[in-house]
Design a protein around this ligand. Structure first.
Ligand code: V47
Ligand code: SF4
Length: 401
């Protein structure tokens, strides 16, 4: 898609622009990849205005104004977990088991059935790690969901769970992922990545799979023809160096396999966890981080802002800083962020809300399936509840609560 180059060209003509930033802008305008040291330079030196111009250029070159969303729901089998990640507000240790939930297979299927007749295309399954949720449990769950509703895309579990259950079943990653695929796994979400570098990972997520293991499981899944997402939990005790290292490892694996679809930066939220003393990043830093991710990950098609975590208004802003996807019309079935202090106490948005949120900032809302096949272009759709005033749809004010 041809994007407007005016912004970058004006930037390049600015005599006051720092020489290092000018060299990076020239590369981006020519579609060239930036290096690790240039990535670090952006984090250290670039202001939001400059980053927005570059990231928006990359975004519009890839997608124009298209802004993707899907219709999904979350299934969280349990919030009890054998691990004790310091940033996690969601899990309850086994000794506090009474404070959590542990769904049986039958209860999980009941939750799937609650969405009968709805136009959802994906179920996103993720939760805590517990011994009874083992290989057989997940094989049965995926098979049962597929038997009940074959058209539902099963996007499930992360290398954190897979590493644990394959080790317990004494099977290799290769055999484990093959068995998951046979049972009905369609794709893998991006969770559990946190920060790959051991200097940080050991402090915030000690005991669970390493960065290398996380990457290896995705690689094996890609070799089986599967697709997956990637995340980065940022804005806590990591430095810019650790963020660039994380992005670089993802970019290298993507060069090898091409199996990643979307990168999702996850802003650390500090309510009710062992890192509550660590301040949260500012909105400016969040937008800078989206923009640098877009510029750096030239081989990733999509950058997603997960709106339940950053609020609806910031999700709208992010669309000018490299983001082209705002996840789904999820209902209130995910507790990960409400328990960590997100503004969204009840993260549900109807298709109409999402469509208006995208249209209000001048972009094109496109419903997609998990693999980015276009389901419907909503650019000109008028909903029954809309007010039409002199031929224009009056867009409701976005409610941030
Ligand atoms: O791995 C946990 C993060 C992730 C906190 O692939 C926290 O489409 C911030 O990966 N503050 C799970 N983040 C969620 C996830 C995800 C979400 C939406 C879409 C997709 C996708 C994937 O949530 C965990 C962890 O990194 N997380 N606690 C917290 N206090
Ligand atoms: Fe468990 Fe995941 Fe929370 Fe870590 S982030 S404690 S693995 S639920």
């Amino acid at each position: 898609m041809a994007a407007n180059k005016n912004g970058i060209e004006l930037l390049l003509q600015d005599p006051g622009l720092d020489a290092g930033l000018r060299a990076i802008a020239a590369k981006v305008s020519e579609g060239e990849r930036i290096s690790e040291s240039e990535g670090l330079y952006l984090f250290e030196k670039a202001d939001l205005g400059y980053l927005g111009i570059l990231a928006n250029y990359v975004r519009e070159s890839k997608h124009g104004d298209n802004t993707y969303f899907n219709r999904n729901f979350h299934l969280e089998p349990t919030n009890i977990c054998v691990y004790t990640c310091t940033f996690c507000s969601y899990s309850r240790l086994i000794k506090k088991r009474s404070e959590g939930w542990e769904y049986t297979l039958e209860e999980m299927l009941e939750l799937v059935k609650k969405h009968d007749g709805e136009g959802v295309t994906e179920v996103h399954i993720v939760g805590g790690v517990l011994p009874q949720y083992d290989l057989e449990f997940y094989e049965n769950l995926f098979r049962s969901i597929k038997a009940y509703r074959a058209d539902l895309h099963v996007k499930a579990l992360t290398p954190v769970e897979y590493h644990y259950i394959f080790k317990k079943a004494k099977i290799s990653y290769e055999e484990g992922m093959r068995r998951m695929q046979e049972a009905g796994l369609d794709s893998m979400p991006g969770g559990g990545a946190e920060i790959f570098h051991p200097e940080i990972r050991d402090k915030i997520a000690g005991g669970k799979c390493s960065g290398e293991q996380w990457l290896r499981i995705h690689e094996i899944w890609h070799e089986l023809g599967g697709r997956s997402n990637a995340t980065m939990l940022y804005g806590h005790i990591e430095s810019f160096f650790h963020r660039v290292d994380h992005l670089e490892q993802l970019r290298r694996l993507q060069d090898k396999t091409g199996g990643f679809q979307t990168f999702i930066p996850l802003k650390f939220r500090n309510k009710d966890n062992e890192m509550s003393h660590v301040p949260e990043s500012t909105v400016v830093e969040d937008l800078r981080n989206y923009a640098i991710s877009r510029i750096y990950l030239d081989n990733f098609d999509h950058i997603k802002a997960y709106w339940p975590m950053i609020s609806r208004n910031v999700a709208q802003l992010s669309l000018a800083y490299g983001v082209d996807d705002i996840d789904g019309t999820i209902d209130d079935t995910t507790k990960i962020y409400t328990m960590a202090g997100s503004e969204e106490q009840n993260p549900a948005m109807s298709t109409r809300d999402l469509v208006h949120l995208v249209r209000q900032v001048g972009r094109k809302p496109i419903e997609r399936d998990t693999l980015y096949k276009v389901i419907k272009d909503y650019s000109d759709v008028v909903f029954e509840e809309d007010t039409v005033y002199q031929g224009y749809v009056s867009l409701p004010v976005v409610n941030n609560n």
